[in-house]
Design a protein around this ligand. Structure first.
Ligand SMILES: [Zn+2]
Length: 344
């Protein structure tokens, strides 16, 4: 093998090899569209952020985004976890996977790779969900809007350009926007926590033994959940109750989104419903369910919200399947083969 590369050098080399090193497609027209969706008072800041990205390569923009995710994510870690996270390289690839990987470079360094489509779908679903709750949980889900949204998801997933086909699913007030963004960040914390969980547990890739694979996934989910609960406790103790709740909802919301693409177990992963049940069980334990009546009530309300959400999401699965059959999935098998070992 050629000379030893650091994880960052290696990722940059892979970006060149895979054709991801060109300038991004961001232009002023596209920025106008994005800016028009955010509340008026945030438009200038949003515009400045995006203007500063014009002409940068896709890789540079992804590295910037990852720095932002990491900054928030680190707040949720204990000292020991932070040490593991600091020694692990986090990167983003512009790929259409609703997935993330913990893996090793060919030289054995630990890396976590997130896929762009994952962050995209999480953000859009959080907006949609928040707006839908705003409208009483039903009105947004008219068949036409639902169909447009699902089509949008499937197009993101299949690398079809989607710029102007997004229906009006954005939160309508500044408070709801802020909640939706917190929810998306909380989901990202869960995902990054899940992946760093694989690293902390020193998992060594999947085998043919389904139970052993599923056990690794439950351990990783538990780490992601723990990190979200710490964030919940810290926000709740400073009176930020809505933001705190977003961190309780996020782990369950994330596994819920997976059920959009089917709720079946695979050789590597338990089904979304199995993961949901395990997370709820561990969450109740960690939050000492049964000791404080008021809080128990609150947690049960949250779980019933999750049940509703799962019903909605798994109800969409058959339509997603039909829509998926209209496209050819991009072949991303190189993603796993470039890593020495990996867990998703
Ligand atoms: Zn995993």
């Amino acid at each position: 093998m050629s000379m030893r590369l650091s994880p960052q050098e290696w990722l940059n080399q892979e970006r060149v090899v895979r054709g991801f090193s060109g300038a991004s497609q961001i232009d002023r027209k596209w920025i106008d569209q994005i800016v028009s969706k955010v509340p008026l008072e945030d438009q200038q800041t949003t515009r400045d952020i995006w203007l500063s990205r014009i002409g940068k390569t896709v890789g540079e923009i992804h590295d910037e985004q990852m720095e932002q995710y990491k900054e928030r994510f680190k707040l949720t870690l204990s000292d020991d976890e932070r040490k593991v996270a600091d020694e692990c390289y986090f990167g983003i690839l512009p790929t259409r996977e609703f997935n993330a990987y913990a893996g090793k470079t060919p030289w054995g360094d630990r890396v976590v790779i997130l896929h762009e489509a994952l962050t995209h779908i999480v953000a859009i679903w959080c907006h949609w969900y928040t707006r839908s709750s705003e409208e009483g949980g039903n009105t947004l889900n008219t068949e036409e809007r639902q169909h447009m949204m699902l089509k949008y998801f499937v197009q993101v997933w299949n690398e079809v350009p989607v710029s102007s086909q997004l229906p009006d699913i954005y939160p309508s007030t500044k408070e709801q926007w802020s909640y939706s963004e917190t929810l998306a960040i909380a989901c990202m914390n869960f995902v990054m926590g899940h992946e760093i969980g694989h690293v902390i547990h020193n998992h060594k890739g999947y085998s043919n033994i389904r139970e052993a694979n599923h056990l690794m996934e439950y351990q990783a989910d538990e780490k992601g959940m723990e990190i979200c609960i710490k964030m919940f406790l810290s926000l709740a103790s400073s009176g930020m109750n809505d933001d705190a709740d977003a961190y309780l909802l996020a782990p369950l919301m994330f596994v819920g989104i997976i059920s959009l693409f089917g709720d079946k177990s695979s050789n590597t992963h338990p089904s979304a419903t199995m993961r949901k049940e395990k997370i709820q069980k561990n969450m109740s334990k960690m939050l000492k369910f049964g000791e404080k009546k008021e809080f128990d009530k609150h947690l049960l309300m949250l779980f019933s919200e999750v049940e509703q959400m799962f019903l909605i999401l798994s109800g969409y699965a058959s339509e997603v399947k039909v829509l998926m059959s209209e496209y050819t999935r991009p072949n991303n098998s190189w993603l796993q083969s470039m890593l020495k070992t990996n867990e998703g």
